[in-house]
Design a binder for this molecule. Structure first.
Ligand code: PNS
Length: 173
């Protein structure tokens, strides 16, 4: 709403994802969203239809909370089931997502249209920073657990928890 030429409404954005684990690309989109919107809820999906995540819900939430502790208008929550139902329940104004490459677009477009038809909430996309356009949680996991260096691609708390998990996996073998 515009009041005397100034926006007078603090927009509540929901930023959903699996975050298995959070990457620097995710954190970049969260930080930029925190500058654009009055309130940002980072929403970790609990989705039994998807493959079992490598990191538990508690680990993913803890990593995100630590990585976003410097952002006072950002909170971290989780949701089950439909995103559209969650954003309605949260009375969110928008869904925000990062868009990395053209191949992301097709799936994101149908998802955004479906979510809008279910909830009347629009999805806004932030272009991922070019430094992170090739970074996904799955590629980071694969490289890291095969011994590659991902220190430049994930926040420090995430690297710590990944290292602990890798050490645990190595011990159990
Ligand atoms: O980080 P991801 O895995 O790309 O995030 C995908 C996510 C969580 C945004 C998507 O899987 C989702 O919205 N899941 C909730 C279930 C749902 O609403 N499905 C219908 C989408 S139209």
């Amino acid at each position: 709403m515009i009041d005397n030429g100034r926006a007078s409404r603090a927009t509540h954005a929901v930023l959903p994802g699996s975050f298995d684990p959070p990457t620097n690309g995710h954190l970049d989109v969260i930080e930029r969203s925190a500058r654009c919107f009055g309130r940002v809820t980072v929403a970790v999906v609990v989705n039994p239809q998807k493959r079992e995540p490598m990191f538990s819900l508690e680990e993913r939430e803890a990593m995100l909370k630590e990585c976003t502790a410097h952002l006072p208008n950002v909170s971290v929550e989780h949701f089950r089931g439909l995103l559209a139902a969650y954003v309605k329940q949260m009375r969110a104004d928008v869904i925000v997502k990062g868009l990395r490459v053209v191949s992301d677009f097709e799936n994101e477009m149908s998802t955004a249209l479906m979510n809008r038809s279910l909830s009347d909430v629009d999805t806004l996309f932030l272009m991922s920073d070019q430094r992170y356009s090739f970074v996904s949680s799955s590629i980071v996991k694969e490289v890291f657990f095969l011994g590659g260096d991902v220190a430049a691609l994930v926040p420090e708390p995430v690297l710590r928890i990944m290292s602990a998990k890798r050490a645990g996996v190595a011990r159990s073998k």
